[in-house]
Design a protein around this ligand. Structure first.
Ligand SMILES: Cc1cc2nc3c(=O)[nH]c(=O)nc-3n(C[C@H](O)[C@H](O)[C@H](O)COP(=O)(O)OP(=O)(O)OC[C@H]3O[C@@H](n4cnc5c(N)ncnc54)[C@H](O)[C@@H]3O)c2cc1C
Length: 811
């Protein structure tokens, strides 16, 4: 066994084998995989091993396409061919028009990744899969490349190729401890000796938290018991003369695929069960849980009704094994929060289909610092500290129960809520607030007109449309108040704070006390990494001279990692997170200044406190820090208040606003207004796939200033010129917003992808942002938006269609 290597991958299931192989492909060949038993002895060996192309965002579709292409190539390798039924096809069934509409959206989204799904009616479903009945069926999504693979052969093939490239695999070798050294390298302690390395990867499947504990972290991953059975031969399959496509049934929560001349049928029962919550027997190896068909009787009936042939055959094998779920159902693939040189590829609930792609994107991140796609949807740092064991288990159960039911726009499922609240939450609920969830925080979406107001889930504009319109109107004419909780806030102190930030930001960093600036951080590839406001606070009885760094609500772990990674030895900079301690009250509208002046001493005139100012004060008697910034495009103030004083500040603002028609508003009104202002959302419009010039942020870049992270790469990109450009579009329909991921078409070709869409209530326009090919980016260019299957005329308009000179903000 080697005593030193570059990377140690712990775990020899599909996740570990794929990572090892892809590390060698990305150029790291001095790497090893350590497996406590034999390869595939965790979940992988007994997987149903279906390989599908469907995903709910482009990153998932792209990585699954990589799996499919890789598996096809492996299967065709004459030196070591493996069994892969490629292209049997698969159908996701639906019995409601809303689900069908969702499928049409996913087909539009996948087309942008050159993946071609088809939405078909019930008769066509039955034609393609002769065993299903069309009762209570509207149709489905056809995924032509679906198939299944032999999981053990797949892992052996990946390990074999990795070994050929120089990697080593140590079987029957348990990792028993991990030590990180001062220089951020690791020692992996195994039962057969130590291995020093630069990078460790946790790919331990359901034992993820045993290895997590060795580095002092707990991952939000829980295991569920999951069952399938294999039937005896079904004569109709033999007679069909073609392989049966896969079925995923969102109506009765089961899936099936062909296995020899019978079926493999798996179930997602409501009466489901977590597994291993109180520890896992060390001898649970190549093992299964006891069969428990009783548990699946609820879904069995639905499967029998859909596939009557199942009632006529015997079951010859039942498989019940642990399957991992994360707190939001998507895997955790990327850097481990708060650690250096530590990565994970865990929480894979469809690891055979996805594993090839996940290993590919992870290896890119390890070797190059970033992957070819923005991987935020997989990033382990997308949750903050609330993602504990108990909450994860609740969400895992909920996800399992809804396995094939995708989330609709604005859908936030009830399990594990409320996870994070402020002292104001009950007061806002009493005012009729409908809440959305942002990184666990309950955030006001809008104020319901009546307690029983529950708009139906839909890809169209829902019944909250007029409610939001009224909130926006009141902000435009009077004044509105909105709680923005969970917004990321770091306090940065130390004499080197500004020189440090100068290095981190690609543009000018304001250093003047009492001033606020907006800026962008790039990665080493010159792509947009983060967006933050910088507010310079003078020394006061609340602290020394300091910078408040504010960024998106879910960015706390991500941004903290990025900033602290780039601190230099001896640099006098301290960074402290205040995210859970402070909440923002946004006061917006032409009357905002009057309300503020009525409850906070001091001169708040335009001259004394212009746009982009910051000042400490009291709202009533509640200590607060006020910033003159606006995401709505109206005169607005962000009032930052310690949570302990939040309710007091709220009451003072309400009292001060009695004469000014103040109404509460929520996140949906904000979304509408920011779209009209050309303001962007992190990880929707701002991603690591585009540079700041392509994203329309050229005015925030100062190439002439000293070095900053990403500058060299950006110079190279600039020489090549932009590939695509972010534009604002006016969409010619009134029934539905454009959805993120939707394709823009021109002459049958995809020429752009939507990143955000919402109705602009002040402009009366249906607005979207999209990255489009350069030749289609000029104002006036037109294209067709594939909006859930309807081709809708869309026109490029000025980036900021509402008050482009910001006169209202500055008023
Ligand atoms: C019944 C069932 C059906 C499924 N069907 C499908 C399907 O159709 N399609 C699909 O895509 N997915 C399916 N899945 C899910 C899929 O099988 C898993 O997502 C995948 O196998 C997980 O692979 P993994 O490598 O993450 O974990 P594992 O396969 O569990 O591998 C983890 C490895 O880490 C090793 N390890 C743990 N601790 C240590 C340690 N301390 N030191 C060294 N090694 C260690 C373990 O021994 C194990 O080999 C199914 C799962 C189940 C249970």
């Amino acid at each position: 066994m080697k005593s030193r290597t570059r990377a140690v991958v712990i775990g020899g299931g599909i996740a570990g084998c794929s990572t090892l192989y892809h590390l060698t492909q990305e150029g790291w060949v001095d790497v090893v995989l350590v497996e406590r038993n034999e390869l595939t002895s965790g979940t992988t060996w007994h997987s149903a091993a279906q390989v599908t192309n469907f995903g709910m965002n482009q990153t998932m579709v792209g990585l699954k396409t990589h799996s499919i292409n890789l598996y096809k190539e492996l299967a065709e390798d004459s030196d070591y061919p493996i069994n892969y039924h490629h292209g049997d096809g698969g159908i996701r069934l639906a019995n409601t028009e809303a689900q069908m509409q969702g499928y049409r959206h996913f087909a539009s989204m996948a087309r942008g990744m050159d993946v071609h799904f088809e939405v078909i009616d019930a008769e066509e479903c039955a034609r393609r899969h002769p065993l299903i009945s069309t009762d209570n069926l509207l149709g489905g999504l056809w995924d032509p490349l679906d198939g299944d693979i032999d999981p053990a052969q797949l892992c052996q093939a990946l390990a074999r190729r990795a070994r050929k490239a120089g990697a080593e695999v140590y079987r029957n070798t348990s990792v028993v401890g991990l030590t990180q050294h001062k220089d951020d390298t690791w020692t992996v302690h195994t039962e057969h000796g130590d291995i020093d390395c630069d990078v460790v990867v946790n790919a331990c499947g359901y034992r993820v938290n045993e290895v997590g504990a060795m580095m002092g972290v707990h991952h939000p991953v829980a295991s569920m018991e999951h069952q399938y059975f294999l039937t005896e031969e079904i004569p109709a399959i033999k007679e069909a003369g073609h392989r049966m496509p896969l079925i995923r049934c969102a109506i009765s929560d089961y899936y099936c695929r062909q296995e020899k001349n019978g079926l493999l049928v798996g179930f997602y029962e409501q009466n489901c069960k977590t597994w291993g919550m109180d520890g896992i027997d060390p001898n649970f190896v190549n093992a299964l849980c006891p069969d428990d068909l009783e548990r699946i009787t609820d879904v069995l009936e639905g499967a029998f009704a859909r596939m009557p042939a199942l009632t006529e055959v015997g079951i010859h094998t039942v498989v019940n094994g642990p399957i991992t779920y994360t707190i939001d159902g998507a895997p955790l693939v990327g850097p481990i929060p708060g650690k250096r040189n530590a990565y994970c590829i865990i929480g894979l609930r469809a690891g055979l289909g996805e594993g090839g792609g996940h290993g590919w994107l992870l290896a890119q991140q390890i070797v190059h610092g970033e992957a070819c796609y923005d991987t935020w949807v997989l990033d382990p740092r997308r949750f903050a500290g609330h993602a504990n064991v108990e909450l994860t288990a609740l969400k895992a159960i909920e996800d399992y129960q809804n396995e094939f039911r995708f989330h609709f726009p604005h859908e936030h499922r009830p399990a594990g809520r409320p996870a994070k609240t402020t002292p104001l939450t009950p007061a806002l609920a009493a005012e009729g607030a409908e809440f959305t969830v942002v990184n666990g925080w309950e955030r006001v979406d809008y104020i319901k007109p009546s307690p029983d107001f529950h708009p139906a889930l839909s890809f169209d504009f829902d019944d909250a449309f007029d409610v939001v319109a009224a909130e926006v109107k009141n902000i435009q004419e009077n004044v509105g108040l909105c709680e923005v909780n969970g917004f990321n806030r770091f306090e940065i102190t130390g004499v080197d704070r500004h020189s440090f930030l100068d290095r981190m930001f690609c543009g000018h960093v304001t250093k003047r006390e009492g001033r606020v600036g907006l800026g962008y951080l790039l990665n080493h590839h010159g792509m947009v990494k983060s967006e933050a406001t910088i507010a310079n606070l003078p020394a006061s009885d609340r602290g020394p001279e300091r910078v408040w760094y504010g960024s998106a609500a879910a960015s706390e772990y991500h941004d903290m990692d990025w900033l602290t990674q780039h601190l230099r030895d001896g640099e006098d900079v301290q960074i402290r997170s205040m995210t859970n301690d402070q909440t923002i009250l946004v006061l917006a509208g032409p009357m905002a200044r009057r309300v503020l002046s009525a409850c906070a001493r001091g001169d708040w005139s335009r001259e004394a406190f212009p746009w982009l100012s910051v000042r400490e004060c009291f709202i009533g008697f509640a200590p607060a820090t006020v910033m003159g910034v606006s995401f709505s495009g109206e005169l607005a103030y962000e009032i930052h208040v310690p949570n302990a004083s939040l309710y007091a500040a709220y009451l003072a603002l309400r009292e001060a606003s009695e004469a000014h028609g103040l109404q509460l508003f929520g996140a949906r009104a904000v979304e509408s207004m920011r779209m009209e202002k050309g303001f962007l959302h992190w990880k929707a419009d701002l991603t690591t796939e585009f540079d700041p010039f392509e994203t329309g942020l050229g005015r925030f870049v100062r190439m002439e200033k000293g070095d900053f992270i990403g500058k060299a790469a950006l110079e190279r990109w600039m020489a090549d010129g932009p590939r695509r450009k972010l534009v604002t579009l006016k969409v010619d329909c009134t029934h539905a917003p454009a959805h993120a991921g939707a394709s823009l078409m021109q002459d049958g070709k995809v020429i752009g992808i939507v990143t955000s869409g919402e109705w602009g209530h002040r402009t009366g326009m249906n607005l979207a942002y999209a990255f489009v090919d350069l030749e289609h980016s000029a104002e006036g260019c037109t294209s067709k938006l594939d909006l859930c299957g309807d081709l809708i005329h869309a026109t490029v308009i000025p980036f900021c269609p509402y008050d482009p000179d910001h006169t209202r903000i500055r008023s």
